[in-house]
Design a protein around this ligand. Structure first.
Ligand SMILES: CC(C)(COP(=O)(O)OP(=O)(O)OC[C@H]1O[C@@H](n2cnc3c(N)ncnc32)[C@H](O)[C@@H]1OP(=O)(O)O)[C@@H](O)C(=O)NCCC(=O)NCCS
Length: 155
């Protein structure tokens, strides 16, 4: 599976929105307006995973060092369990750490067992349950990870 990670480009927007609609139930998936809003924030970073011209995953974060927030991480169903989510997250975390982020926060539905397993595998710890966080009275789990400082060159 030859998947390459690159920065988001504006022509990717429709594919990202479609993927997000496929990855999350109504109420949790982002509308076009919300997705555009997050992408346009000054501290936003969006990386996409592409198989040729096909977008098969993306991660979207917002940062205000030393804090960052992962807005979403989406991998197309047929590409899951092949390390695409891991590659996206590791690349994003290394950029965040380089820019001085030390704590990353995110929320995921308490019913999202796959998502929670993924985040825990990558060192995210359960921080709190946010009651009725999503529409439909769905609770969210807030998760947090500390990033290590990126070693700086002394030369
Ligand atoms: C969560 C998600 C991003 C994981 O992406 P992925 O590319 O399949 O993840 P990876 O292949 O890198 O998985 C890395 C590890 O995470 C854990 N993991 C991932 N999916 C899992 C699942 N369904 N069940 C249990 N553990 C899982 C495993 O430890 C896995 O390692 P392994 O395959 O060697 O056992 C993907 O399932 C997805 O897009 N889900 C829908 C959207 C979502 O819930 N996003 C996260 C919340 S914002």
């Amino acid at each position: 599976m030859a998947v390459a990670i690159r920065q988001y480009e504006p022509h990717d927007f429709a594919a990202l929105h479609k993927l997000d609609q496929a990855c999350f139930p109504p109420g949790i998936a982002y509308s076009k307006t919300m997705l555009r809003y997050f992408l346009s924030q000054p501290g936003a970073e969006c990386l996409v995973a592409a198989d040729g011209t096909k977008i098969v995953g993306f991660i979207l974060s917002e940062e205000n060092p030393p804090l960052a927030h992962i807005v979403t991480l989406d991998v197309a169903e047929s590409y899951r369990r092949h390390g695409v989510g891991t590659e996206l997250l590791q690349e994003n975390e290394s950029h965040l750490a380089f820019r001085g982020v030390r704590t990353v926060l995110l929320e995921t539905a308490t019913s999202n067992d796959a998502g929670i397993a993924f985040w825990e595998r990558h060192g995210y710890r359960r921080e709190a349950v946010l009651k009725n966080y999503y529409p439909g009275r769905l609770d969210a789990l807030e998760m947090r990870k500390k990033l290590s400082a990126t070693p700086r060159s002394t030369s």
